[in-house]
Design a binder for this molecule. Structure first.
Ligand SMILES: [Zn+2]
Length: 248
C-alpha cells in the first residue's frame, strides 16, 4: 500500500520515493505526497524526477488505483516516455503547489459553508478553479449573506486541526457526519480510527481531504452562484474573488 504522506501534512509538497509498479493506470510509488481524487476533491498534479538520471515526468492527475487496493496511481501525460521510471527507480515526487493550495482553500471553505448552512450535504466537488456543495434543503439561500459569512469566518482566523476518533466515538456522535451518501471509511473490525477535521469553534466532521491550517489562509473566496438543482437540492458554488482592480 502506498504510504499516504498527505494525510498527516497537507503542507508537504515533495518527498523521496521509489517506483513500485507501472501499468495502464499510472505509476505506483511506495510513498507519496500526491492526493488521489476522492471525497469530492480533485487529485494532485506535479512532477516525478528520477534521482539518478534527472529525467522528469509530468503527472497530470492522481487516482486511487483500481486494480491494486490501497495503492495510488500517478497518471502521466498521454504518450509520455516512461523508460527512465522502471520499477525500482528512486524519484523525487513534487506536487503542483498552486493547485494544492487552491484545493486546500476551497476544501476548507466548504467546511465553513457546512457551518453556515445547517442542512445535510448531498454532493461535493472541489477543483483548483471552483468548488460546489449540494445541500439537501427546500429553502432558498442568499448568495451575499453566505459570502459575508465566509468572509467573517476567514477574518476571524480560526485554527484548523485534525484528530482521530474511534469508530465507537463516531457512532456515539452521528451528527458529525454531514454527508448523506458518503460515510467515513470503516475498518472491518469496527475498531479502527476515523480522521476528523476540526475548525475551532466553527465545524467538526470526518474528512480525508487536504485543508489549510487556519481559516485566514482561505482568503478571498466568495459564493459565485446558487442554483436550485431540484425541489430538495440547493447547489452553492464557490470561486476566488476577482481582484478589486478588475472591478473598476
Ligand atoms: Zn474536508
Amino acid at each position: 500500500m502506498t504510504e499516504e504522506l498527505f494525510r498527516d501534512d497537507a503542507n508537504l509538497f515533495k518527498c523521496e520515493a521509489t517506483v513500485v509498479a507501472i501499468d495502464d493506470e499510472g505509476l505506483v510509488l511506495d510513498r507519496s505526497v500526491f492526493y488521489p481524487l476522492g471525497g469530492g476533491q480533485a487529485g494532485d498534479a506535479g512532477v516525478l524526477v528520477a534521482a539518478d538520471s534527472g529525467a522528469e515526468l509530468a503527472i497530470v492527475d492522481t487516482r486511487k488505483h483500481k486494480a491494486r487496493a490501497g495503492d495510488i496511481a500517478h497518471v502521466p501525460a498521454a504518450g509520455a516516455d516512461l523508460a527512465a521510471f522502471a520499477p525500482g527507480t528512486r524519484v523525487v515526487a513534487r506536487i503542483d503547489g498552486a493547485r494544492r493550495q487552491a484545493h486546500r482553500r476551497f476544501h476548507t471553505a466548504t467546511h465553513l459553508l457546512c457551518a453556515l448552512v445547517p442542512h445535510p450535504v448531498d454532493g461535493c466537488s472541489i477543483t483548483a478553479g471552483y468548488a460546489r456543495l449540494d445541500f439537501h434543503m427546500a429553502e432558498p439561500l442568499d448568495r451575499e449573506a453566505l459570502s459575508a459569512g465566509i468572509a467573517r469566518l476567514v477574518a476571524e482566523a480560526h485554527p484548523v486541526h485534525q484528530r482521530s476518533i474511534s469508530e465507537a466515538e463516531l457512532d456515539a456522535n452521528p451528527q458529525l457526519v454531514r454527508s448523506m451518501r458518503v460515510q467515513p471509511p470503516r475498518s472491518e473490525s469496527g475498531q479502527g480510527r476515523v480522521r476528523v477535521i476540526a475548525i475551532e469553534g466553527v465545524d467538526e466532521q470526518p474528512c480525508g481531504g487536504t485543508h489549510v491550517d487556519n481559516t485566514a489562509e482561505i482568503g478571498d473566496v466568495v459564493v459565485t452562484k446558487i442554483e436550485k438543482k431540484s425541489a430538495m437540492t440547493r447547489r452553492v458554488v464557490l470561486g476566488f474573488a476577482e481582484p478589486a482592480a478588475g472591478r473598476g
